[in-house]
Design a protein around this ligand. Structure first.
Ligand code: ATP
Length: 343
């Protein structure tokens, strides 16, 4: 297991030619060995942040990038000891699979025997042995990305950087490779920074997630914290879906909302919960509405329940619900599932 490197960004802003500041001053500590995922909508600055860490971009004056407390701000990518994996693979078409994996070892001057041993190790690790002599053009997208990953890992980089590595793959392959990358990162213990706009990928891979919006950090937290206790409507809306309840009145340990009453003691004008935190009930419950839609989604069903607001509640349930559209449906909210959002 490799000892991970601590990566620090100190006051890293980025202004491109023309004066557009795409990154507000960013301070961030990435812990040794953790996988930190940057998640956010297109154009929010995720890739720019990754490129600052890689040494492919320089921060504005005053910004610093530190690896284990060493200032690497002025070092180009080839002197930072990072491995990168891109969406478009960026493999060398003139080299075969083994040649691609060996590339970084060759330019570091590793002796032939050691190089061959390391390439063999990577081919085995990435289940690419049978493809060692294949040309890149003869590989599927998933195989190409395995080669790209093997090439990035071969020189044992201090930091691994991933820029939307699965975005070009189909859903099933994406899930498979995502699981493989997750297992690999846990096993290697290398510090990894992973950029994606896919919330499932972020929740599955991140030890912590940085949600970004418009060049700034909207929230940093574990996947559970981000999902269950989002810091703002932007984060809550970007990671998962939300039900929203306008509070009409307070009485004791309950608040009145459209469709019924919810257990809540604090002061709040709007409450939220996730679709899986509403549960159909056969007896009168917190809420009552009319079923207006029902969609089978495999392990669960998505129900749409109208409570008179014009914006149906979203309910994800593993229960087999007998009701038909137009029927009344009772819903309970799970304990501790409600939350407020300050902004
Ligand atoms: P995406 O998921 O679409 O790649 P992102 O969150 O990774 O988005 P960035 O690629 O970091 O976003 O880009 C942030 C902003 O900076 C965008 O508005 C982009 O157009 C702009 N930008 C990126 N690179 C440059 C550049 N070299 N020159 C000028 N503007 C740039």
């Amino acid at each position: 297991m490799t000892q991970g490197t601590a990566v620090r960004l100190r006051h890293c802003a980025k202004t491109f030619a023309g004066g557009r500041q795409v990154l507000q001053p960013l301070d961030l500590d990435i812990h040794p060995g953790e996988t930190l995922v940057f998640l956010g909508p297109s154009g929010c600055g995720k890739t720019t942040t990754l490129r600052l860490i890689a040494g492919l971009e320089q921060p504005d004056a005053g910004g610093q990038v530190l690896f284990d407390e060493r200032d690497v701000t002025d070092l180009p990518i080839e002197r930072r000891d990072v491995g990168m994996v891109f969406q478009n693979y960026a493999l060398f078409p003139n080299l075969d699979v083994a040649g691609n994996i060996a590339y970084g070892l060759k330019i570091r001057g590793l002796p032939r025997a050691e190089r061959d041993a390391r390439v063999a190790e990577l081919l085995a690790m990435m289940q690419l042995e049978a493809l060692a002599e294949r040309r890149i053009q003869q590989l599927s997208g998933g195989q190409r990305q395995r080669v790209a990953l093997a090439r990035a890992l071969a020189p044992r980089p201090r930091v691994l950087l991933f820029d939307e590595p699965l975005a070009a793959l189909d859903a099933q392959l994406r899930e498979q490779l995502r699981a493989d990358i997750g297992a690999l990162l846990r096993e290697l213990g290398t510090t990894a920074v992973y950029v994606t706009h896919d919330q499932q990928e972020a929740l599955a891979l991140g030890d912590r997630i940085v949600v970004m919006g418009e060049g700034r950090i909207a929230q940093i937290g574990t996947p559970t914290q981000i999902y269950q206790r989002p810091a703002s409507r932007f984060v809550a809306g970007f990671v998962g879906q939300l039900n929203r309840f306008e509070v009409r009145g307070h009485s004791g340990a309950e608040v009145a909302v459209a469709g019924g009453r919810l257990p809540w003691t604090g002061a709040a004008s709007t409450l939220f919960c996730r679709p899986e935190h509403l549960e159909p009930s056969t007896t009168p419950a917190h809420l009552t509405g009319i079923l207006v839609g029902q969609f089978f989604q495999g392990a669960h069903s998505r129900l749409l329940v109208e409570v008179g607001t014009g914006q149906p509640l979203l309910v994800d349930t593993a229960q087999h619900v007998q009701a038909q559209p137009g029927d009344l449906l009772h819903l309970n909210v799970r304990p501790d599932a409600l939350f407020t959002l300050a902004c």
